[in-house]
Design a protein around this ligand. Structure first.
Ligand code: ADP
Ligand code: MG
Length: 269
């Protein structure tokens, strides 16, 4: 009789959990509560252990779907991760990239600059750091330098540049791919400078460039603007230099062309 009574109570409780979990918009609680209840009884968990285990399932599922949403919203050309990256092709950055993937640079509003010739994996690593940031709960936006300038120019013309910069500061990470691919007009360079200034010591930037810093004066049309910008970017930054031949051309016999041969020639074996 007592057993029948307990079963009835627990059925009521299960129904109530289903209702309450739906009200909390936490559907996984219903499933976890039922499944973990048996486990808890068998293993003699305390009430606290059980509650913690149930909530943990909901939170980790939320984090995973939150990360997926942030990755989709970031605007990556293609989603790439550090697990997909062949560090044997870039052994010099293995440790630095691994440390950055833990996301510590974001909480300190530090920047990352990836320099190197075409095809060496700059966009791949920048994207991978963005994916890692999204997984750590940061909002991320990825675009090329040209796209950023277009976006800032549009905001400026509409008289809402300050609002746009304030909005962008709410993103923990902004990735600027291909700095130096095209030179900027004076106005564009100034807008880009404002983006860099507005994030300085507030939120992180990851930038990639085919050019060494010494070539940035030509991109921004003005040595003084470039110098002031580089100063703010690298004040708190990790600079990763990728080397060698294009990964795209590996194994195609093209990396031995004189125009592509580099000092650290990576001949395929
Ligand atoms: P970059 O931006 O320096 O021009 P990308 O990051 O676009 O180069 O790399 C070119 C292509 O080669 C991409 O598809 C990228 O995923 C791949 N790639 C480059 N380096 C590596 C690597 N070390 N391991 C795996 N894939 C790589
Ligand atoms: Mg690239």
């Amino acid at each position: 009789m007592a057993t029948a009574n307990n079963t009835a109570k627990s059925t009521d409780a299960v129904k109530q959990i289903t209702y309450l979990a739906a009200a909390l918009k936490a559907p996984r609680i219903t499933e976890a509560a039922a499944r973990l209840a048996d486990q808890a009884r068998d293993a003699g968990w305390t009430h606290e252990d059980y509650l913690a285990a149930v909530l943990e399932r909901e939170v980790s599922a939320r984090n995973a779907s939150g990360a997926q949403l942030r990755i989709r919203a970031a605007g990556f050309g293609a989603v790439k991760t550090l697990e997909d990256f062949d560090f044997d092709a870039q052994p010099a950055i293995r440790q630095q990239a691994g440390a950055l993937a833990s996301g510590g640079f974001l909480t300190e509003a530090r920047n990352v600059v990836l320099l190197g010739p075409p095809g060496t994996g700059k966009t791949h690593v920048a994207t991978a750091l963005g994916v890692a940031a999204a997984r750590h709960g940061h909002r991320v936006l990825f675009a090329t330098a040209t796209d950023w300038v277009t976006r800032l120019t549009d905001a400026h013309r509409a008289g809402r540049l300050p609002q746009e910069l304030a909005k962008l500061r709410r993103y923990g990470l902004i990735i600027v791919d291909e700095v130096g691919y095209l030179p900027f007009e004076q106005d564009a360079a100034n807008l880009f400078f404002q983006l860099v200034s507005s994030r300085y010591e507030h939120a992180s930037l990851v930038l990639t460039s085919n050019l060494p810093f010494s070539g940035w004066g030509g991109v921004f049309g003005d040595q003084a603007v470039a110098a002031a910008m580089i100063d703010r970017i690298v004040h708190h930054a990790d600079v990763l230099t990728l080397k060698g031949a294009s990964y795209r051309l590996r194994g195609r016999g093209i990396d031995s062309l004189p125009s592509i041969r580099t000092t650290t020639d990576q001949t395929e074996t």
